[in-house]
Design a protein around this ligand. Structure first.
Ligand SMILES: O=C(NO)N[C@@H](Cc1ccccc1)C(=O)O
Ligand SMILES: [Zn+2]
Length: 156
């Protein structure tokens, strides 16, 4: 798939509230494939649609060890559409994060250790899951992007 340019922090698209996905069609699948290729090319473990200049409520989580995150757990890539966070643990964990829209920088960010989430897959089927630790961290980071929030607004 074509590699899409990644928006950099400061661009308006990264400050907006994302729009709910209504059409689970071939165009959505194509966008997800292009996001996945763009994320992989940048050695990312996640990417949100606004980062490729799309206003849709869609992101990809794809944790696996690489040079940027050697301790990342292995998980099959997940396409997350129209996500909701249903419950968050009171336990918070501080950890290091990067952002493809803030190249070359790392920040210590506090996140909920465990979260309960609901989202649709590329076929529009609702999924529910409990996520914890690094995967929960990625979900919260990407979910922030869909609210127009980057880790710059969260770093302490
Ligand atoms: O910029 C993005 N996603 O928006 N990509 C981040 C995702 C991320 C999230 C949380 C912790 C580590 C990494 C990346 O460095 O691959
Ligand atoms: Zn990011």
């Amino acid at each position: 798939s074509a590699l899409l340019p990644i928006a950099l922090v400061g661009e308006d698209i990264l400050k907006q509230q994302a729009i709910a996905v209504q059409h689970f069609d071939a165009a959505l699948t194509e966008l997800a494939q292009q996001m996945s290729a763009s994320m992989a090319a940048a050695q990312g473990v996640g990417i949100a649609a606004p980062q490729v200049h799309s206003p849709l409520a869609l992101f990809i989580m794809a944790s696996r060890p690489n040079e940027r995150y050697p301790d990342a757990p292995n998980m099959a890539p997940v396409v997350v559409v129209n996500p909701h966070i249903i419950h968050v643990s009171s336990d918070l964990v501080s950890g290091e994060e990067g952002c493809l829209s803030v190249p070359g920088q790392r920040f210590i960010i506090q996140r909920h250790k465990t979260i309960e989430v609901r989202y649709q897959n590329l076929q529009g089927e609702w999924q529910q899951a409990e996520l914890t630790d690094f995967i929960a961290r990625i979900f919260q980071h990407e979910f922030d992007h869909l609210q127009g929030i980057t880790l710059l607004e969260r770093s302490r």
